[in-house]
Design a protein around this ligand. Structure first.
Ligand code: MN3
Length: 295
């Protein structure tokens, strides 16, 4: 089962301007084949379907624990899309076409279907689907897939970074580059314990260090690239049997931190009357507040 904390894994900066086409590009990192929905659901189902976890506990602990962190990653990328879309349109009467900016944005679904918020889909409007989940039941093969998935995800993050200078997008990408690199290393180390092959020598893929990205560098300077968070009050302690020893990055020891990062607040999304979202008048909201306070 899951507990939930009402925080993002990092604090996102306030957006300067609406950037709906950056939001469209960032969708790839949420619902594309190599997006956070894919890492989340691959590791989640691999943990659900894991065989002999009484004998192979550290491996299931690792996959299940990283899956839980990925839940927070879909939340962070969705928040980024929402902030990038904020302010794209202004209130107005329907006959003034207040949503006309949506007609010329790359993803019209953002304006028609979700009232300018995240879609469970990719940068081209395709929906995420369960066919992106690989779960063969063969532990080495599943771990090898996860290593590949993290490297593909890293490549796509870097390409989206290269597409936009938007502060919000780059802050999210900087953090997730660091976290994704931890996960690639963790799966590499897991494969090493099973086969003797040092997968981490292949990293980073693509061959550019995270320190090249200022938004990632500050997280590395804080040691977050050597840290695996244990996302459970009591469980998944055996991740420390895999995540230990000198960091493959050569700058210190790997560490397991009990509990989540401190994180940052969930941004409050403003009302968008021209989308009828949330669809209550100021008077109705004031009346509701009175009613709920009295109950
Ligand atoms: Mn992730």
């Amino acid at each position: 089962m899951y507990l939930r904390i009402d925080r993002l894994q990092i604090e996102l900066p306030a957006p300067k301007d609406a950037d709906p086409n950056a939001a469209a590009a960032v969708q790839e990192l949420l619902g594309g084949r190599f997006g956070e929905m894919s890492t989340l659901m691959n590791y989640t189902y691999q943990s659900f379907n894991f065989r002999a976890h009484d004998k192979l506990k550290p491996y299931r602990d690792l996959i299940a624990n990283i899956a839980t962190e990925e839940l927070g990653h879909i939340e962070l990328v969705a928040a980024t899309v929402n902030l990038l879309l904020t302010g794209t349109t202004q209130p107005g009467d329907p006959d003034a076409a207040p949503l006309s900016a949506g007609k010329d944005a790359r993803n019209t679904w953002h304006f028609i279907a979700t009232a300018q918020t995240a879609l469970v889909g990719d940068s081209m409007g395709g929906f995420w689907h369960g066919g992106y989940v690989f779960n063969s039941g063969n532990l080495v093969l599943d771990l090898l897939h996860n290593f590949f998935l993290e490297c593909g995800a890293r490549l796509h993050k870097i390409r989206v970074y290269e597409m936009t200078k938007n502060l919000v997008a780059r802050e999210m990408i900087g953090y997730l580059l660091v976290r994704g690199s931890v996960h690639a290393m963790a799966y590499g180390k897991a494969i090493e314990t099973l086969t003797g092959v040092d997968m981490t020598k292949l990293l980073p893929i693509p061959n550019i260090p995270n320190s090249k990205f200022p938004e990632a560098r500050k997280y590395e300077e804080a040691g977050i690239h050597r840290t695996l968070y244990r996302f459970s009050p009591e469980d998944y302690r055996d991740i420390a049997k895999i995540w230990r020893g000198p960091s493959p990055t050569g700058d210190g020891e790997l560490q397991v931190v009990d509990g989540p990062p401190p994180g940052g607040p969930i941004p409050v999304l403003p009302e968008v009357p021209e989308e009828f979202a949330p669809g209550l008048t100021a008077e109705e909201i004031a009346e509701l507040a009175k009613k709920l306070a009295g109950s």
